[in-house]
Design a protein around this ligand. Sequence first.
Ligand SMILES: NC(=O)c1ccc[n+]([C@@H]2O[C@H](COP(=O)([O-])OP(=O)(O)OC[C@H]3O[C@@H](n4cnc5c(N)ncnc54)[C@H](O)[C@@H]3O)[C@@H](O)[C@H]2O)c1
Ligand SMILES: [Zn+2]
Ligand SMILES: [Zn+2]
Length: 393
Amino acid sequence: MRAVTWHGRGDVRVDTVPDPAIQEQTDVIVEITSSGICGSDLHLIEVMAPFMSVGDVMGHEPMGVVREVGRDVTAVKPGDRVVVPFNISCGTCWMCAEGLQSQCETTQNREQGMGASLFGYTKLYGQVPGGQAEYLRVPFGNTLPIKVPDAPSDDRFVYLSDVVPTAWQAVQYAAIPQGGSVLVLGLGPIGDMATRIAKHLGAGQVIASDVVPERLARARRNGITVIDSTDQAEVVARVRDLTDGRGPDAVIDAVGMEAHGSPLAWAAQKASAVVPDAIMEKVMTVAGIDRLAALNTAIEAVRRGGTISLSGVYGGATDPLPLMRMFDKQIQLRMGQANVWRWVPDILPLLIDGDPLGVDEFATHRVPLEQAPEAYANFREKKDGAVKVLLQP
Ligand SMILES: NC(=O)c1ccc[n+]([C@@H]2O[C@H](COP(=O)([O-])OP(=O)(O)OC[C@H]3O[C@@H](n4cnc5c(N)ncnc54)[C@H](O)[C@@H]3O)[C@@H](O)[C@H]2O)c1
Ligand SMILES: [Zn+2]
Ligand SMILES: [Zn+2]
C-alpha cells in the first residue's frame, strides 16, 4: 500500500510499504478514506525527530471503512464506517474505565516511562504504524474503533479521532465558569476548535491570540475577539483590558513546545538538529527544554485563582517554570493527551444532529495522499491558508 513515511527533519515522503495484516484475533483492518495532518505531526519532523526512525508510517487522525476483522471481533464488521482514536486504548483496563484512555494500562510504554501508545508516533509511544496510509491495522476491534453513521461526508466525523476531543478536553479542563472568560493561545486546528467549543458550552467571552492572518480571520468570522500578537507583554495587556484588569478565568495553551518567542530554547532545539539522533535521544530525555513562550504568557495572563489548560504538547525534561509566580497567583494547571473515548458520548450526538461546531467547513485543504509532502510543507509554513489538511487516499 501507499503510506506517508518519516525520513528526517522536514522530510516526509509517500512510499510503498507492506499492507498491514491481522495479527491478533481482536484486530481489524480499516481502509482509510480521510486522515488529518496535525500540529503533533510537525513536532515529529522537528523537535521530536530523535525519537523517530526512517520509514515510520505517520498519522493519527484517520477514519475509513472496516475491510477485515479478526475471529474474535463482534462489535464491527466489514463495511462499517469507523473513526480511529489517536490513543491506542484497550477500553477495559482500570485507567480506561476511569476515562483516562491516554494512560491505558494495557498499552502503557513502561520501559520508556510513558503513557498509552499512539498511532503514528515516536518510540516513546510505541512506534505504532499510523493512519496516513491506505490501510491501518487497529487493535482492540471490539472497543477502540468509533462506529459512525454512513452519512454525511467524512468531514463531519474525522475530527472525532483527535481535534474535537482534544479541544473538548482543553475546554473541560479549563473549567470556565458559565458566562466566564477564556483566552486561547494559538489558532491552529486545536485552538480554533477550542474557541468554538468554549462558545458552544457557554463561555461569555472568548479571546484568542495568534499572528497568522488567515487563522485570525477565521476566528474573527466566528465571533471570537482576536489579539493579533503573540508577544507576551502585548497579549497580557490587551487581555487585561478586555477583562476588567483582572485577566481571564482560564487560558488554554494550544501551542505547545514549538511556540514562537523563545529564542534560547529555539537555539537549543536547532543545535540539537546537528547532533546525531542516538545521542540527542538521551540528552532530550534527561535535559530537554521546550520553547515556553506560550506557557509563560498563559501564566502571566490568567487571573489570580484561574485555570490554565494545556493541550499543546510539551516534551522537555528540565523545563524551568516560575513556580513562585504560579503559587502566588494560585493557578490551577491541568494537561495531558486527550482521552478520546472519554468524550465520545458527549460529542458524537452533536455531530449526528447537525453541525454546531462547523466541522463540515473546518478543513482548508483536502488532498490526495500522494500530495502529502507538499501538504505538510504548506501546513508547517502556514502557507496557502493551510489550517487543517485532510489526506484522502
Ligand atoms: N493534548 C493532545 O492530546 C493534543 C492533540 C492534538 C494536538 N496537540 C497539540 O496541540 C498543539 C497545537 O496543534 P495544532 O494542530 O493546532 O498546531 P499548529 O502548529 O497548526 O498551531 C499552533 C499555532 O500556535 C501559534 N503560535 C505559536 N506561538 C505562539 C504563541 N507564543 N502565542 C500564541 N500563538 C502561538 C502558531 O502561529 C500556530 O497557528 C500542538 O502542540 C499539538 O502537538 C495536542
Ligand atoms: Zn493530532
Ligand atoms: Zn486500557
